[in-house]
Structure formats: structure tokens, C-alpha cells
Design a protein around this ligand. Structure first.
Ligand SMILES: Nc1ncnc2c1ncn2[C@@H]1O[C@H](COP(=O)(O)OP(=O)(O)OP(=O)(O)O)[C@@H](O)[C@H]1O
Ligand SMILES: CCCCCCCCCCCCC/C=C/[C@@H](O)[C@H](CO)NC(=O)CCCCC
Ligand SMILES: [Ca+2]
Length: 529
């Protein structure tokens, strides 16, 4: 690869040693003078390169550069200082570069290097040259609208933002308007109707998955409203939102942050926001007949996760521990639910839920342009007979029905509900856990926390789908019930009829609720695409 031309090259001092420092359009590099270390880094190098006293930081990972103020006698550019003869006094003219340092477990930190110049003119030349390169990075946000949920997770959202995030945003010269929410749905409503979105390059969510969901709903609804798109129509093609959402994790599960960034660390998230990273995400719409219910990006869970959430909402005061208590309680109740799932499978030649290919930034599968288009084609313009895409129907008794648009990796389950799910491939993984013994279900759950395959059980099925529908048993149509009861005597059909009309009579299990990204849906019968 051709090396980018050097824009500036000088001998500067770093911690008392003379270093050769160079800046190109791709990277800032420094190495001890006279060292025959590796060559200067080239474009496309990720993270600072360190070899035998040589360091390279890609320009796209420089956070900021500042003339170091401590010993500077004057900040007035027009007032020239005498060039010191003694190298030790050259400390007076230095500049500090803050940059991204990658550490373990996908965490990023803000590191600094201070380089000392022989005179102020040179120092200012360096500061200006680096700033000029940073100004070329137009994907970086300059103005952000920040929403803080002060009650998410352990109620630390405000502190996390003020102590860990605001100082780095300010170092990166990002201006912010900060709103601390005063009630649930405050952020959603503000985005939907009030916020002047033209003023901002992005929205920042300080909170958990529920807070992200609020902000996503606000932005999607605002975009559809402005474009005259009716969200109640399940087959409506939605308009993409122009603004990105950055997530500063301060919730209980934080799976949307963890699955997109690789960690639930506020500083890492802040640095990703500053460098202008972006990651597209699948969003599925959930309807009940012709009524729009919600969008989902992480988990849509019926049965186990629905019941657990319903129970945990009453224990919100406990913070994240509520999920452990309600999880155990729901596990012990061992309730199962009957119903019918119909789904449109995704193209199995592209990827499958058990192929062990993990979605990472720049994922090849998510970048295939045909994926989302073919979703529309298959359902809208090509008849089922012309494609191999036909709806499949499964009826049964389930402990859990989960649909994951993304892996749902989180600190509780670092590989997630569906480890090979893709972030932006237009599909979700539908996981059906059929009625089984408690011990088998426990084995399945425990596999979410270790390396074993949670799908490798005879009572678990997983399908990659583009759409699905669910009907709980007591709402099934007569034809669905007749299909189910082929071979059953007429007396059974008679009792089924009674139980459908009186679902709480005790001889059939009642229905569960859907957990939609941590919110309870008001209907059990849903259509998802
Ligand atoms: N000021 C507020 N007062 C009360 N509730 C709020 C406020 N602001 C936001 N909320 C609501 O709080 C709920 C939970 O928030 P959040 O997602 O941040 O935390 P969490 O539920 O603890 O974490 P997770 O969703 O990751 O499990 C959201 O549904 C959101 O709508
Ligand atoms: C006996 C040991 C059992 C261990 C089982 C661990 C299984 C963990 C699977 C993790 C799945 C996370 C799915 C994410 C769901 C979020 O949209 C939602 C909102 O934040 N969180 C929950 O519903 C809360 C989900 C809480 C999961 C515990
Ligand atoms: Ca997906």
C-alpha cells in the first residue's frame, strides 16, 4: 500500500527524550530518534501501533489536540516568545494529543501524549496541522442532544454522564443540550413533537434498553410522521431516520449497548460517539391486527421472559437485582403456554442461527445489499409459488418463545440469546423452547452463561425469520383448532370450546405477555416484521 504523504515531521521531546514525530493524513506517529524500530504506520491501521518505542495513532482515533497550558507564558498567538537555548526549558512549548487506546474486552480509554517543541511557532504549527486533519472527519458529531434517565439501572445515569462522559465530550469540542427526564416517555414525546432535530448531529441516550427504546420510538415516529407514513399499516415501508443514537449504558441489562459496542462501559461508548462510529440495526415492527404496538430491536419474548418481566416491574425499586429474583420465581413456576407460531423463513443460504459466524462491525453478511430488498420483494411482489419462501406453521406448548433481532449479548449472558444473530441483516432468530422438565429448562438457561450451545436440546428449535405471527391458543380460529385436534374426540372439542370462552377456568393455561425490549405489550396475538 502506498504511504500517505507526510504533512509535518519534526524532532520533538517526549518525557525528556528526543522523538521523531510525523503527521500524515492517516496517522500521527512518534518514535525515539535514532531507533531503528518499525516503519511509520500506514493508513487503515487500527489503534495505536507500539513497537520498539514507535507509536502510531490513526487520525480517526485522535480525540483532540491542545496546546499544553501549564508552562505556556502566553496564549496570545501574536506575542512571540524568545526561543530557549536550553532544551530543558523547551517544556514551555508543548501540545497534548488525546487519543483512543484500546484495552481488553473491547473497552476504549482516552490516552494522552504530550510533545514538547523548541519554540512556540512550531508548537502552534503542530496543533493547527492536527486540527486541520480532524476537521476533515465530517462523520464526527459536533452538536448532540442528550437525554438522561435518572432512574434507570442503579440510578446512576446523571453521575455517569457528568463524571465520565461530559468531560470527554467537552475535550472533543462537542456541544450538548442535556435533558434529564422527569417522567417515563418524556424523551420519546419531546423527540416526537418538540425537539428541533435540525440543530443536532445525533441523540445520546443515557440509560438502559428501555430508555433507548423510548428514544428510538421518538425518532422513528417523528420521521414517519414528517413523511406521512402510517405506522399502523403492518406492510408500510418505513423511512430510515437521519440521526444516530449513541448509548451511554446506565441501565439494568444494557444489551443494546453491549451487543453493538462489545461492552457496557460509558467511557468506551463516549469515545465511539466522538469518533463518529455508526452501526445500523434491525428494527422490527409489532402489530396487533391493524394497530401498531411497538418496535423492537433486542428481545421479543413470550412465556418465560414475558412472565419474568411482568413480575420484575413490581420490583423496580430493587434495581438490576429484580431480574434475578423474578427470574428464579418464574423459573420455579414452570408455566407453559399453547399457541400457533407462523413464520416466513430467511434465506438459509446466507446465514443460519447455528453457523457460529458472529456479527462484528463491518460484518459481510449485514453488508449484503440484497438482504432487505429481498425481504420486501418476497412478500410484496412475488407470489409464494414463485419463491421458495412459504410460511411455516408450528403449534405446540411452549415454555418460551423468543425472537431476537440481535444477539442480545449482555453482562449476564456475554454471548446472548442467539450468539450468531446479526445486527443489521433484516432478520430475527425465532427460538422456541417447548414444554420440557424443569431440569432440562435449567440446563438450557445455564448454557446462556457458558460456552455450550443452548440450541442443542431436543426441545429447542431456532429459525432465522423475516416475519412471524403468534396466536395464543384461546384466540385461535376454529380452523386452527380443528387442525390441532385431528383425531381428538368430539368431547375434547366441546371442552376446548368452553375453555376458549372462559380462559381463566383453570383447565387450560392462561396466556402470558410479550416482553418487548423490556416493556410489556398489551396483546398476546401479534404480527412481527
Ligand atoms: N424520569 C423518569 N422517571 C421514571 N421513569 C423514567 C424516567 N425516564 C425514563 N423512564 C423510564 O424508565 C424505564 C427504564 O429505564 P432504563 O431502560 O433506562 O433502565 P432499566 O430498565 O433499569 O434498564 P434495562 O432496560 O437495560 O433493563 C424506561 O421504560 C423509561 O421509559
Ligand atoms: C439460573 C440461571 C439462569 C441464567 C439465565 C441467563 C439468561 C440470560 C439471557 C439474557 C437475555 C437478555 C435479553 C434482553 C432483554 C432486554 O430487551 C430486556 C430489557 O433490558 N431485559 C430483560 O428483559 C431482562 C432480561 C434478564 C435476563 C436474566
Ligand atoms: Ca438481525
Amino acid at each position: 500500500m502506498e504511504r500517505p504523504p507526510r504533512l509535518l515531521c519534526s524532532e520533538l521531546r517526549l518525557q525528556g527524550r528526543v522523538c521523531e514525530v510525523s503527521l500524515s493524513g492517516a496517522a500521527l506517529c512518534w518514535r525515539e530518534a535514532g531507533q531503528s524500530g518499525r516503519r511509520w504506520g500506514s493508513a487503515g491501521v487500527y489503534g495505536p501501533l507500539k513497537a520498539a518505542g514507535s507509536h502510531c495513532v490513526p487520525v480517526c482515533e485522535i480525540i483532540a489536540v491542545q496546546e499544553t497550558e501549564e508552562d505556556s507564558p502566553s496564549t496570545d498567538v501574536g506575542k512571540w516568545q524568545k526561543v530557549p537555548q536550553n532544551p530543558s526549558s523547551s517544556n514551555q512549548h508543548s501540545f497534548t494529543v488525546s487519543y483512543v487506546e484500546r484495552t481488553l474486552k473491547h473497552r476504549w480509554r482516552c490516552s494522552e501524549v504530550t510533545l514538547h517543541c523548541t519554540d512556540r511557532k512550531l508548537c502552534l504549527q503542530w496543533v493547527q496541522a492536527i486540527r486541520e486533519q480532524l476537521a476533515l472527519l465530517t462523520i464526527r458529531p459536533k452538536r448532540l442532544l442528550v437525554y438522561i434517565n435518572p432512574y434507570g439501572g442503579k440510578q446512576r445515569g446523571k453521575r455517569i454522564y457528568e463524571q465520565k462522559v461530559a468531560p470527554i465530550f467537552s475535550r472533543a469540542s462537542i456541544s450538548t443540550d442535556v435533558i434529564v427526564t422527569e417522567r417515563a416517555n418524556h424523551a420519546r414525546d419531546h423527540l416526537k413533537t418538540e425537539a428541533d432535530l435540525k440543530k443536532y448531529d445525533g441523540v445520546v441516550c443515557v440509560g438502559g434498553d428501555g430508555m433507548f427504546s423510548e428514544i428510538m420510538h421518538g425518532l422513528i415516529s417523528r420521521t414517519q410522521c414528517d413523511a406521512g407514513v402510517d405506522q399502523n399499516r403492518p406492510d408500510e415501508e418505513l423511512i430510515s431516520c437521519g440521526l444516530r443514537i449513541g448509548i451511554i449504558p446506565a441501565g439494568s441489562t444494557d444489551c443494546i449497548c453491549y451487543a453493538t459496542v462489545g461492552s457496557n462501559d460509558p467511557v468506551t461508548s463516549a469515545l465511539h460517539i466522538i469518533v463518529g462510529d455508526s452501526q445500523p440495526m434491525d428494527v422490527c415492527s409489532v402489530h396487533h391486527h391493524d394497530t401498531f404496538l411497538r418496535y423492537s430491536v433486542s428481545l421479543l419474548g413470550y412465556g418465560f421472559y414475558g412472565d419474568m418481566l411482568t413480575d420484575s416491574e413490581r420490583k423496580r425499586w430493587m434495581g438490576p437485582a429484580r431480574y434475578d429474583i423474578s427470574g428464579v420465581k418464574t423459573f420455579l413456576s414452570h408455566r407453559y403456554y399453547e399457541g400457533t407460531i407462523s413464520f416466513l423463513p430467511a434465506d438459509g443460504t446466507v446465514s443460519t442461527p447455528r453457523d457460529k459466524i458472529q456479527c462484528r462491525s463491518g460484518c459481510n453478511i449485514c453488508q449484503m445489499p440484497s438482504l432487505v430488498e429481498s425481504t420486501y420483494k418476497a412478500e410484496d411482489s412475488i407470489s409464494e409459488a414463485e419463491t421458495k419462501d412459504t410460511w411455516q406453521v408450528i403449534r405446540g406448548k411452549f415454555l418460551a418463545i423468543n425472537a431476537a433481532c440481535m444477539s442480545c449479548a449482555c453482562p449476564r449472558s456475554p454471548k446472548g440469546l442467539s450468539p450468531s444473530a446479526h445486527l443489521a441483516d433484516g432478520t430475527a432468530d425465532l427460538i422456541l423452547v417447548r414444554k420440557c422438565s424443569r431440569i432440562d429448562f435449567l440446563r438450557h438457561l445455564l448454557r446462556h452463561t457458558n460456552k455450550d450451545d443452548q440450541f442443542d436440546h431436543p426441545f429447542v428449535e431456532v429459525y432465522r425469520v423475516r416475519q412471524f405471527r403468534f396466536t395464543p391458543r384461546y384466540q385461535e380460529t376454529d380452523s386452527e383448532l380443528e387442525l390441532r385436534e385431528v383425531g381428538a374426540g368430539s368431547s375434547k372439542h366441546f371442552f376446548t370450546q368452553i375453555c376458549r370462552e372462559h380462559p381463566a377456568c383453570g383447565c387450560t393455561p392462561t396466556q402470558s405477555s410479550w416482553n418487548c425490549d423490556g416493556e410489556i405489550l398489551p396483546h398476546a396475538a401479534i404480527q412481527v416484521r
